[in-house]
Design a protein around this ligand. Structure first.
Ligand SMILES: Cc1cc2nc3c(=O)[nH]c(=O)nc-3n(C[C@H](O)[C@H](O)[C@H](O)COP(=O)(O)OP(=O)(O)OC[C@H]3O[C@@H](n4cnc5c(N)ncnc54)[C@H](O)[C@@H]3O)c2cc1C
Length: 448
């Protein structure tokens, strides 16, 4: 079946970036067709259920600075939050070094033990830059761009091994599934911005928000509709899948860069090759519910050293101290992430690792959910300036075709929203049809 949709925009991908793109377009009065391959929205938030309770196996923590995402939740909401904090102790020579946003003194002491005076000076300047200018918290922020160009390439080239292995690693493994020597210094602002925020998580189910989103009059959500190919025909883009072909003047690919590259490979080879420069690393998450509390209020999370396949363990919430989230990421997890292990095998590896520090002995796991991504966490490129140039050229050679995702501004939910907002603004700037509503203001559905 073929359909011409002159007045519509196609958004491909129903993860956070696709939700954001469709929402911003819809608020401008545009009609949107949103294509999602799987049976649900949310992508790498990975919405699931554990013992009847809704959980997110992927992205879940919402910073106080997540302005765009919070507005989206409010628009389709109401949304209820609960405090989560930033609690991430580290192991150093078998000793626990606490890092808890509720206890600044302990945070400072931990920092002093993990860095040289030169590191502290560099870190102070970098944190100041991130605080002073929002752009410095993005991929290729101006402050870090200058550092990266004039001095060195990766985080390890700039900071001491002591700092790189400790605090920097805790950030890169968590955010990118990458070691600090796999992250370009020019992108370090994304990590520091994350460190400066404090976090909540949703108390009310996100599925309720997504149900309201699906009822949006301006958005036609097409679940279980994988797009197989994208072609250019007579000034339109042909979006093709099993049993359908629709033509659009504008298409936004709201996908991880490798998935966008796959779609573009046949007709847009340069664009496709450019997108392949961004790297994604594997990650596996297990959320397990135990009979008794595993954590205590002081210690709710722990990051393991580089030789451990289990990169971190954390409580699912400040109150759910019997629900554990195990994450396998970083280079030591790669062999394990590529093996086909059963849930129980993986859980026993995690428990063995964590047992010396937490109340796991004789504590029975009553239920678990697991999710593995071969390419789950975005680690950007090692030459962002060059990548940006090539991306800009590829986009201007293909008017009407846009990409957005976590490789644009940074690997967080909020950064997906911020990137999508910019992409939509750019898409509409070149629009041939005037939108119905010119205001582009995000007011709640209920008018509040
Ligand atoms: C384990 C983990 C924990 C995280 N924790 C946090 C956190 O606490 N806080 C935070 O801010 N961020 C976190 N993140 C990051 C955040 O979740 C991601 O950056 C964000 O969800 C990426 O969204 P996206 O829409 O760009 O990509 P995706 O979520 O990957 O969405 C892409 C969507 O496109 C669909 N798709 C793919 N190909 C096609 C096709 N051909 N046709 C149609 N549909 C297609 C996919 O099914 C998917 O739904 C975490 C990520 C992971 C993996």
């Amino acid at each position: 079946m073929s359909e011409e949709t002159h007045d519509k925009v196609a958004v491909i991908g129903g993860g956070v970036s696709g939700l954001a793109s469709a929402h911003y377009l819809a608020r401008q009065g545009w009609q949107v067709d949103l294509y999602e391959a799987s049976d649900r929205l949310g992508g790498r938030m990975a919405i699931s259920h554990l013992n009847g309770q809704e959980i997110c196996l992927g992205g879940k923590n919402i910073g106080y600075q997540y302005k765009e995402f919070r507005q989206f939740l409010e628009y389709y909401g109401p949304a209820k939050y609960e405090y989560f904090g930033l609690n991430s102790a580290r192991l150093s020579n078998g000793k626990i070094l606490p890092f808890n946003s509720e206890n600044r003194t302990k945070q400072r002491l931990t920092l002093l033990r993990s860095a040289t005076p030169a590191d502290l000076w560099k870190l102070r300047s970098a944190l100041k830059a991130v605080k002073a200018e929002r752009k410095n918290g993005d991929v290729l922020g101006p402050y870090f761009k200058t550092l990266g160009k004039n001095r060195s390439k990766t985080i390890t080239d700039y900071f001491s091994p002591k700092f790189s292995k400790s605090l920097a690693r805790a950030l890169t493994v968590r955010m990118n599934g990458a070691e600090p020597d796999e992250i370009a210094l020019e992108n370090f602002g994304t990590h520091l911005h994350m460190l400066q925020d404090e976090y909540e998580q949703l108390k009310s189910p996100i599925s309720e928000i997504l149900t309201a989103f699906k009822a949006d009059q301006n958005i036609r959500t097409k679940l279980q509709t994988p797009v197989k190919a994208l072609r250019r025909t007579n000034g339109f883009y042909a979006v093709t899948g099993l049993g359908f072909m629709s033509l659009y003047p504008k298409v936004i690919l709201a996908l991880p860069s490798y998935a966008a590259a796959d779609l573009l490979s046949s007709d847009f080879s340069v664009f496709s090759e450019t997108l392949r420069q961004a790297r994604y690393f594997p990650v596996t998450v297990i959320v397990a519910k135990y009979k008794r509390p595993v954590f205590n209020a002081e210690l709710r999370a722990l990051t393991f050293p580089a030789n451990s396949a289990l990169s971190n363990i954390g409580a699912y919430g400040t109150k759910a101290l019997n629900v554990v989230r195990y994450t396998f990421s970083g280079s030591a997890s790669e062999a394990l992430n590529s093996h086909v292990l059963t849930d129980d095998e993986l859980l026993s590896i995690a428990e063995e690792q964590a047992a010396p520090y937490f109340n796991l002995t004789g504590n029975i796991c009553q239920a678990l959910k697991r999710k593995s991504w071969r390419r789950g966490l975005c680690a950007y490129t090692l030459n962002e300036a060059n990548f940006r140039e090539m991306l800009k050229a590829a986009q201007s050679n293909n008017p009407g075709l846009y990409v957005t995702g976590d490789f644009i501004k940074g690997a967080s939910i909020e950064n997906c929203f911020r990137a999508a907002k910019e992409t939509v603004a750019f898409c509409l700037k070149t629009a041939s049809i005037p939108p119905k509503d010119q205001t582009f203001q995000l007011v709640s559905r209920r008018g509040t």
